[in-house]
Ligand binder design. Structure first.
Ligand code: PRX
Length: 645
């Protein structure tokens, strides 16, 4: 067992930190005991309003109703750009670092204002109105941020779809939220390879007759298909537009964006966030947990297709007037020292990434890290999945040279911003622990019957009261939100995660307790992958589980039962992998496929996933009771023929 070493706050670091231990305690207490007073003060401090609110917070979890800053008026884009112009017009807002190390750009707040204004006017000219949904299927280029901000500026609701998703997934998301405008690029570039975004978009749009306009950014200049009645070059659309576009006055609770995420059943859900609470959550956590200080260069390596990219590349940093770095490429291209080369080149102070990236870099040894000084780094962060203490220590010792605290931040698409994490000047760090709740967050652990557990214990992680950046709805299916998050345990938000709490009150996230996988920090539902597999004619049945994977955290393990008379083959294995890529995207491809003549089922026909998970993890001595299975012999057959790894 790995010995976990605590890291007390470094006084040198704490001197200039935004929050001290004492302040954390006092503010946390106030945030729970006098929430209205606490949040009203923060809403005034962090955001500019055109009209004040009439009440701070009202909520009813059972009905899925939540209002923060009722009747208040503001605009998210104004808060990210306009209000900074006077003081920071010439300060760099976005540093863009291309996939190719020779390409980069610096965009000042003034330039950002103009770019976003032009695009806002172009969208208005295309007939986009307040409340309309606009889909973004973009590479990591500045236009992705312009597009998000332009939507926010005119009150349109963006739905960003990760560029790694397949045409099929893109189509489903466009149709589900009834988007009539799509913004994409000819191609994306990642790790020296191009991604055929427009070609994928064309395949998706063939089934989306309501999309009347597709704006296309020219990124690589590749040959692409063109539909004259629908497609418009982005540069043409903005060319004659004024840089000035008034920001639409939005209500606090007006929808701001939709972001699809996977659950344990059915198709991905369109998680809906609204304006004021989301902006407050992302700005405040960026300041206190990512300890943003005036003049910092902040780099979050996520893609804007995920919530981390929304909150910590775009909205949180820009609301705080920061310089945010947006990276088009991957950490290992051209080689494993790329991140550190970028850190030195742009003098990055805070580096925020996923454990999977840390493990991948760690596997390349220390040399690539040592090639660069990393002298500008002050703080390191992780997000997306549990971090193993070995990787945490490597990050802390080798990357940060014991000088930079590591903040392990737990949160979700649905939570909008960080929920459980240390504040680097306030908390002793324990490698592998997400640490303590943010202001106003009241976590609890409950057993499977919903009884709250006390003291040091392990259970299901729930949140007992509303917080500003909380999910407001599932687009088009409000009941699904109530059923998914607010029905499992009464009067609480259920996270779907398990956690342990230690004697110091620190939380240790143990991972999902439902059928959701977390592969390289990407969240996917086992049911989605199973559906993609059974679409293939040769497949009778499929069951997908996660298994421990050194780099990815979890790998995808698929048990596949073929139709009678069909023989397994390498060619068929490849066809199945392609089928998953086509339906969902390459990120969901199974790492291992095991041909399974039968699956362990109860007498009522339910697949016993617990057993499949154990077999996949090679944990054969803890299989548990198999006597209730309809055919217990199936288990030995599966054990004897485990997939090669
Ligand atoms: O299981 C938890 C894991 O990621 C899930 C949320 O995934 P998603 O909505 O895609 O958002 C990821 C980025 C915020 C959670 O239910 N997770 C996220 N952060 C951590 C984590 N697990 C352990 N430790 C974390 N720091």
């Amino acid at each position: 067992m790995y010995k976990i070493k605590n890291h007390p706050v470094d006084p040198d670091y704490a001197k200039d930190a935004n929050i001290t231990e004492q302040q954390y305690q006092a503010w946390y207490k106030e945030s729970l005991e006098q929430p209205d007073q606490f949040w009203a003060a923060r809403a005034k401090q962090f955001l500019d309003w055109s009209k004040p609110w009439s009440s701070v917070n009202e909520y009813n979890f059972a009905k899925g109703e939540t209002t923060w800053f009722k009747d208040g008026k503001l605009n998210a884009c104004y808060n990210c750009i306009d209000r900074h112009l006077e003081k920071r017009g010439n300060q760099v807002a976005i540093i863009w670092e291309g996939d190719d190390p020779s390409e980069d750009l610096s965009i000042t707040y003034r330039q950002l204002y103009e770019q976003v204004g032009r695009l806002s006017n172009a969208l208005l000219a295309q007939g986009v109105k307040k409340g309309d949904r606009v889909c973004l299927y973009m590479p990591m280029i500045p236009e992705a941020a312009y597009a998000m901000l332009a939507c926010a500026r005119i009150g349109a609701v963006h739905s960003v779809v990760f560029g790694g998703f397949s045409p099929e997934s893109l189509k489903d998301r466009i149709l589900d939220s009834d988007c009539q405008v799509l913004i994409t690029a000819d191609e994306g570039l990642r790790g020296g390879r191009s991604i055929a975004l427009k070609e994928n978009a064309d395949k998706a749009l063939a089934h989306c007759p309501d999309v009347r306009c597709c704006l296309v950014v020219k990124r690589t200049g590749a040959e692409i298909g063109w539909n004259n009645s629908r497609d418009v070059w982005y540069h043409d659309a903005v060319a004659d537009m004024s840089p000035d576009c008034p920001a639409q006055e939005m209500d606090s609770e007006d929808p701001m964006f939709i972001l699809y995420t996977s659950g344990s059943t059915g198709k991905p859900k369109g998680v809906m966030h609204t304006t004021a609470g989301y902006m407050l959550g992302s700005a405040m956590t960026h300041r206190y947990i990512l300890d943003y200080r005036e003049g910092d260069i902040f780099w979050c390596t996520a893609d804007v297709g995920w919530i981390t990219g929304h909150s910590y590349i775009v909205y949180g940093p820009l609301a705080n007037g920061a310089t945010t770095l947006m990276f088009e490429g991957v950490p290992t291209y051209p080689d494993a020292s790329r991140c550190w080369q970028v850190v030195d080149k742009h003098k990055v102070n805070t580096f925020y990434t996923a454990p999977t990236a840390i493990r991948a870099l760690m596997s390349q040894g220390n040399e690539p890290v040592k090639k660069f000084s990393r002298a500008s780094l002050r703080l390191l962060g992780t997000v997306g999945e549990p971090i193993n203490p070995e990787a945490w220590e490597w990050y802390y010792n080798v990357v940060g040279e014991t000088r930079c605290p590591v903040v392990d931040t737990w949160w979700q698409t649905e939570t909008g911003s960080i929920m459980i994490a240390p504040m680097p000047g306030a908390h002793t760090l324990k490698p592998g622990s997400a640490t303590v709740p943010f202001f106003g967050i009241e976590p609890a652990l409950v057993d499977n019957d919903g009884n709250e557990l006390q003291g040091a214990c392990e259970g299901n992680l729930v949140i007992k009261r509303s917080w500003p950046s909380q999910i407001r709805s599932v687009y088009g299916d409000h009941q699904r939100m109530i059923d998914t998050y607010f029905s499992t345990y009464p009067d609480t938000y259920f996270t779907g995660d398990g956690a342990r709490r230690d004697e110091d009150g620190y939380y240790w996230i143990t991972g999902r307790v439902d059928d959701v996988l977390n592969v390289s920090g990407h969240r996917m539902g086992t049911a989605e992958i199973e559906s993609a597999l059974v679409l293939h004619d040769a497949v009778a049945e499929a069951a997908v589980v996660g298994y421990p994977h050194d780099i990815k955290g979890q790998g995808v393990y698929a048990y596949v039962t073929l139709m009678a008379g069909i023989q397994p083959s390498e060619a068929l294995r490849k066809e199945l992998l392609d089928a998953v890529s086509k339906e969902i995207g390459a990120i969901a491809k199974p790492d291992l496929i095991q041909w399974a003549p039968g699956l362990p089922k109860t007498r009522s026909g339910k697949i016993m996933r617990r057993i499949l998970r154990k077999i996949a993890a090679n944990e054969l001595d803890t299989l548990g009771d198999t006597s209730t299975l309809a055919d217990p012999a199936v288990v030995n057959e599966l054990i004897d023929n485990r997939a090669n790894r």
